[in-house]
Unconditional design. Structure first.
Length: 74
């Protein structure tokens, strides 16, 4: 991606599991330290199961719901 920007801008990778509040808090803390804050944030996290509801298990179902629906923080 840095090559696509033609040397303009800066890329930073910060590991984050969006289903964990502590990871999301750390993500924004690191961004604030490095860049002073966030102007725009687009949440593009989603997870799907490769099983029908009859053959999936409750742990996988809850994980999918947590990532797909529970990752919005105000």
């Amino acid at each position: 991606m840095a090559d696509e920007l033609g040397g303009k801008g800066e890329l930073t990778g910060i590991p984050c599991d969006v289903s964990k509040d502590s990871d999301v808090d750390n993500l924004f803390s690191e961004i604030s330290k490095k860049y002073g804050g966030v102007d725009i944030c687009i949440n593009n996290a989603g997870l799907g199961l490769n099983a029908t509801i009859l053959y999936g298990n409750s742990k996988d179902w809850q994980t999918m719901l947590n990532v797909s629906n529970g990752t919005v923080k105000m």
